[in-house]
Structure formats: C-alpha cells, structure tokens
Design a protein around this ligand. Structure first.
Ligand code: NAD
Length: 474
C-alpha cells in the first residue's frame, strides 16, 4: 500500500506514524499518510520561515510567474488529481464534481496571479504625503476541511504566496492524499520551502496554529474548531481569517417560476451532496408555489444518478465520512419523529459506502434541529410561509450568516429582500455561485475576514504606512 509523505522544503518526509485514508464510496483504504510528529511540525514551520525572506524579496512579477506555472501544473495533472478527489472525497468526476474542482483550482490560481496591489496615496497636502504599502505577513498556517479539499487549500495557499508569504498547510485527516499530491506537484515548480505540509488530526492542527513562528492562520472548518483556533492564536497573536459553518436560507418569493428555478435550487442545495459551506440548507417557499417547487425538486432528485463517482453518468456521490453520515441520519430521524413528511429519500443505503439519497423534508417547523443546525449533507428542509416578513425573520434566526438567496421573477423585489438578510453574500436566483474576483466571507458567527479578489489578497498582507514630510530636511 502506498504511503503519502508530507512535503517539506520541496521533498517528501516520511514519518514513524501513519494513518489511513478511505474511499467513502467503497470503504476501501486508499493509502497510508505520514502523520507529522511534533518535531516534523517544527521542521515544516522552520522551512517556511527560512524560505520567506528570499521569496518576499523577489520582484512581484516573478512571484506572478510562479503562480502561472503552478496553474499550468494543476492543468497538466487535472485528470490525475480529479480521480484522486473522487476516490478520496467522493464527489463524482463529472457534473459539479472533481473535474470542476480542479478547474476551479486553476482559476483560483490564475486570478490572484493577475491581481495588483499598488501603493495607495491615502493622504496628501502641501506638508505631507502618506502612502499605504502592502508587505507580506510571514508564515501562514492553513487548516483545511474535507469537503473541497483541493479547492479550499488553493484558496488558502495561492493568495498567501502571491503576497510574498510562505505556507504550511494541514489538510483534513479525512482527505489528506489529494492535497498532499497537489502540493507535491506544485512545489516542483516553486522555490524550496514556499509551500510545506503537515498531516494528522486536530492535535497536529493545534500544534501548528499555536507555534510562535506563525504569523497568520487561514482556517476553514466548523465553528467549534474555529473557537479552538482563536484560543491557539492567543499566545502567538497570529492574525486570523476564519471561514466557518453556514446554515444558508433560500427564500422563494410567490412570483418565482418553479420550473425555471428548480435546477438552480437543486444544485444550490445538493452540490457535493450538500457538503458545501454555502449550500442552501433550509428552503422557505411561499405557500402559493410550495407544492409546485417541491414537486420539481423531487423530480430532479429522482432523476439524478447517485453512486461511485468514478462510474459514467453519476452526478451524486456518497457522504464523505461516517461521522457526517451520522449527523445527517440523526437530524432526519428527528424530523420524522416530529411528524415531518419525507418527500423522497430519508434513509441511508445499506452497503460499504456512505450513501444517503437526496432527501426533501416538508411539513417541518422552523425550530426543528434539521432547520436550525447545519446538516452539511443531502437533506433539505422546506418550510412553507405566507408572509415575506415572516420568511425574512425565520431566515435571520440563528448564529450563522454565511450565504443566503432570494428567488423571484422580479430582480428588484428580490434585491429588496436580499438587503434585509444577515449574510455575507446574498445571491439572487442562484445560490453558492462564487467567483475568484468576488470577495467571500461570513457574517455573524460564520467567521470573519474575506477571501478572494483584491480584498482576499489584502488580507494576506501587513499594511505599512510610509509618511513623508514635504518640509525641507533641516
Ligand atoms: P472541522 O472543524 O472538523 O475540521 C477542519 C480542520 O480543522 C481539519 O483539518 C481538522 O483536522 C482541523 N482541526 C480540528 N481541530 C483543530 C484544532 N484544535 N486546531 C487546529 N486545527 C484543528 O471541519 P470539517 O468537518 O472538516 O468541515 C466542515 C465544516 O467546515 C462545516 O461546518 C462547513 O460549513 C465548514 N466550511 C466552511 C467554509 C467557509 O468558507 N465558510 C468552507 C467549507 C467548509
């Protein structure tokens, strides 16, 4: 069985300890992964620290060229990496699956390569000129989740190195192999030590984050872990970007056309089997069109083939891990016990894989755990409403505020509702459609800081004011 090592200083580093990574569609062990020891975590950080000054000192144009080379490596290895993602994470090769994920990695590398952070003159008069310059922060610790293992790693790595930082990344212990392979391939075209990896569970993550040599932590994952990251950073005062959980509402206004919106709603809720931070996780549908919208979604759910994502024609895969499958099952069973209607799906499928069919749940109260908690899986509660103010009120309940969406045939009407929703992004007539130029981040307890675009790049820099006196030097 192959063992996947960490990458430190551009070279593989084995460990005395290993752990297994599984295929969620079959439960077979895919490979062994080197678990980083405390000494190795220190080595990874030291490698990043050593490489950082020379990397930062390069002309900006050179760093841009390196990113373009990294994008080319991703493109050349797209088939290999996509297959690894399907085997390890579960999303199918086709549809909005692993090939789509790798293409997005290419885009999210090329776009930061293209961005400019020019010096800004923030104030000037006859006595002084004040310029805002952007310097790198130093060494970035990146902690990634298992749902989009290569794409989220790319979001963390590429703007960091573009801005002159170096990186130590820890993939999720559920999906380490794809990320380690991606870093191994990319690091071949980068100077030694610019990207390094450590692997293992939360203990390894904590050791990385609390190290005094870490300048910033880019974290994407659950709110519970986010709180631990804040604690870990209390000693080293590392800056933080926290992309945490969401429980995105989607509000369908009475004038929406069920046939026109059904497919967008379906993928807004069920892309990656609902295991996406900004999936629609609770649907509020006006009573006039509630039944028509549910019927359209049911038709789509029943037409979408689910299975091992390596097979032709499959567009829905398994839930990535047993822990998540248990959460999805528990919330669905609780909804049943409360008397909710299971329109389709409803039970996990026996077998070695973690399969749970697309499940639509109606006749459910807004205070049910399936509505109030993040299910992060293929089960969507649909709540009937009669008054838009009530729908907005329900949508704004709870601690999360990552994304939201409003669906209507009248964009202005939808925009008026959008402005009243407490979320970092509100989409109109789509959900979760992100773009590398458009800043993304959570409101309320869905995190803080922004990723993507100019704002995302600025977040990986230390602003420095150069304040110049215009009085003649004495
Ligand atoms: P998780 O919090 O369990 O794990 C995320 C990462 O943190 C893993 O690499 C894990 O090993 C690491 N970790 C665990 N404990 C740690 C500690 N004490 N110190 C440092 N690192 C530690 O999350 P998950 O289950 O992998 O991902 C699912 C969650 O991520 C969902 O809540 C989802 O909404 C959220 N998410 C958010 C975004 C976003 O952009 N806001 C994107 C994707 C996923």
């Amino acid at each position: 069985m192959q063992t996947y090592d960490n990458i430190i200083n551009g070279k593989p580093l084995a460990s005395t300890e290993t752990f297994e990574s599984y295929n969620p569609a079959t439960s077979e062990v895919l490979g062994l992964v080197a678990r980083s020891t405390d000494v190795q975590i220190g080595q990874a950080i030291a490698a990043a620290r050593k490489a950082q000054p020379a990397w930062a000192a390069l002309p900006d144009a050179n760093r841009r060229e390196y990113l373009v080379k990294a994008a080319a490596v991703l493109e050349e290895n797209a088939a290999y990496l996509a297959e690894l993602v399907t085997r390890e994470q579960g999303k199918p090769l086709t549809g909005p699956g692993s090939q789509f994920e790798i293409q997005a990695c290419v885009d999210w590398t090329n776009v930061p390569a293209d961005l400019e952070l020019p010096v800004e003159v923030v104030f000037e008069d006859e006595t002084r000129r004040d310029e805002l310059h952007r310097k790198p922060l130093g060494v970035i610790a990146a902690i990634a989740p298992w749902n989009w293992p290569l794409l989220i790693a790319t979001w963390q790595i590429m703007p960091s190195i573009r801005a002159g930082n170096t990186v130590v990344i820890k993939p999720s212990e559920y999906t380490p192999i794809g990320t380690l392979e991606m870093v191994r391939l990319i690091s071949k075209v980068l100077p030694e030590g610019v990207i390094n990896t450590v692997s293992g569970d939360g203990t390894v993550g904590r050791r990385l984050c609390e190290n005094p040599d870490i300048d910033k932590i880019m974290f994407t994952g659950s709110a519970a872990t986010g709180k631990k990251i804040i604690q870990a950073s209390s000693e080293n005062l590392a800056r933080l970007t926290l992309e945490l959980g969401g429980n995105d509402p989607a509000i369908v206004l009475p004038d929406a056309d069920p046939a026109a919106i059904a497919e967008g709603l379906f993928w807004g809720a069920f892309i990656n089997q609902g295991q996406t931070c900004a999936c629609a996780k609770r649907l509020y549908v006006h009573e006039d069109i509630h039944d028509a919208v549910v019927a359209k979604l049911k038709g789509l759910a029943e037409a979408m083939p689910m299975g091992n994502g390596l097979n032709d024609g499959i567009v829905l895969g398994p839930v990535q891990n047993r822990r998540q499958l248990d959460i999805v099952s528990r919330l669905t069973e609780d909804a049943k016990a409360r008397g909710a209607t299971i329109v389709c799906g409803g039970n996990s499928i026996d077998g070695p894989g973690n399969f749970f069919p697309v499940t639509l749940v109606t006749d459910i109260e807004n205070d049910a755990p399936l509505v109030q908690e993040e299910q992060f899986g293929p089960v969507l509660p649909v709540i009937r409403y009669s008054n838009t103010d009530d729908a907005i009120g329900m949508a704004n309940e709870g601690d999360t505020g990552l994304g939201a969406s409003v669906w209507s045939s009248d964009t202005e009407k939808a925009a008026a509702v959008a402005g009243r929703l407490d979320a970092g992004t509100v989409w109109i007539n789509r959900h979760g459609v992100i773009h590398p130029m458009v800043p993304f981040g959570g409101a309320k307890k869905s995190g803080f800081g922004l990723e993507f675009g100019i704002e995302g790049l600025k977040a990986l820099t230390q602003p420095q004011i150069i304040s110049i006196s215009k009085a003649e030097a004495a």
